[in-house]
Ligand binder design. Structure first.
Ligand code: SF4
Ligand code: MG
Length: 313
């Protein structure tokens, strides 16, 4: 399934200075250096595929992704791989069980032929320390670690080549809530220390609210609402965003808006509904929604929302 057809990433920069991925419908995703952009949506909404397009791991149907002013296709492949790294959801399957932790972390350095043997060994020690592990952990194997520790190993591995951009695909979804908080704390701390830029993918808005500066809510491969995280959580506008938020547990239950139940299944991205892609499930749909597809429209508070309730009515 070529879900990338729905993105048609057509331009922009990521990571090095300010970043933009522009979709054909005029969508602009921007990731400023040192900040975190969250991509949120149900599974199958295309967020992982978009991430793979950003990484250059998936061909885009049309358009291009720019990284630091240059199309990723114009980058030297090896160089690009060192500047952009990815962390995956499952710390169990993403680490080779037969490899020692130290050699897992060192792999990128070996492949890129960086430093002498001793320098590489030293770098692995530094990386272990950086992610809160001890030097002797390097001699162990993945199965000797908890999920949270394995994800720390995955983080250390992703940082070995001093990347600028790290794409985190559901990095804490497989972990217990208390461990999630620790790993998120680590990611935040590393971002500050190393001036990292993150694209953070999650289906979980509460996780996103803890780490993201900006959020893009995706549905069927399109962006429904995008803007500063603070604004989005304080005043969600798109009916889909509201539905996602209403499903998130809040610390104060009286503060919780009534849960908006989403009826119907996620339609196939290969055959999206006409009009607003969300209309078959939208509690606020009206006539116009069945025919015209709303583009992202600027709001007074800086948000951009693709919904007929927020412009051109
Ligand atoms: Fe709902 Fe219509 Fe807005 Fe789509 S455009 S989200 S169907 S109100
Ligand atoms: Mg996914």
């Amino acid at each position: 399934i070529d879900v990338t057809k729905h993105f048609k990433v057509s331009g922009g920069m990521l990571g090095l200075t300010t970043g933009t991925v522009r979709a054909v419908d005029g969508v602009t995703l921007s990731v400023e250096r040192g900040r975190t952009l969250g991509l949120v949506g149900e599974s199958g909404c295309g967020k992982s595929t978009l991430a793979r397009c950003i990484m250059g791991l998936e061909p885009v149907t049309s358009g291009e992704v720019l990284f630091g002013n240059r199309s990723i296709s114009a980058w030297d492949e090896k160089k690009l791989r060192s500047k952009m790294q990815m962390i995956f959801q499952d710390p169990y399957s993403s680490l080779n069980p037969r490899q020692k932790i130290s050699s897992i972390i060192r792999e990128g350095l070996d492949i890129h032929g960086i430093g002498t043997r001793d320098e590489r060994r030293e770098k692995v020690q530094q990386l272990l320390k950086l992610v809160g592990l001890r030097p002797e952990h390097g001699n162990r194997y993945p199965h000797e670690f908890s999920g949270g520790q394995r994800q720390r190993v995955a983080v250390a591995r992703s940082l070995a080549l001093d990347p600028k951009l790290v794409v985190c695909d559901e990095p804490v979804s497989a972990l217990d809530v208390s461990v999630q908080a620790q790993v998120l704390g680590l990611l935040k701390d590393l971002q500050k220390r190393l001036d990292l830029t993150y694209v953070f993918i999650s289906h979980d808005l509460s996780v996103v609210s803890h780490i993201c500066d900006q959020v893009a809510v995706m549905y069927l491969g399109r962006i429904m609402e995008i803007g500063e995280s603070r604004t989005l959580f304080a005043d969600p506008k798109h009916p889909y965003t509201k539905a996602l938020l209403s499903a998130v547990l809040r610390p104060d239950p009286t503060d919780r808006p009534e849960r908006i139940a989403l009826t119907g299944d996620l339609p196939s991205p290969m055959n999206p509904p006409a009009g607003c892609p969300f209309h078959p499930r939208c509690p606020e749909a009206f006539d116009k929604c069945r025919n015209g597809r709303p583009d992202l429209m600027d709001q007074a508070d800086g948000m951009r929302v693709a919904c007929w309730l927020y412009g051109e009515q």
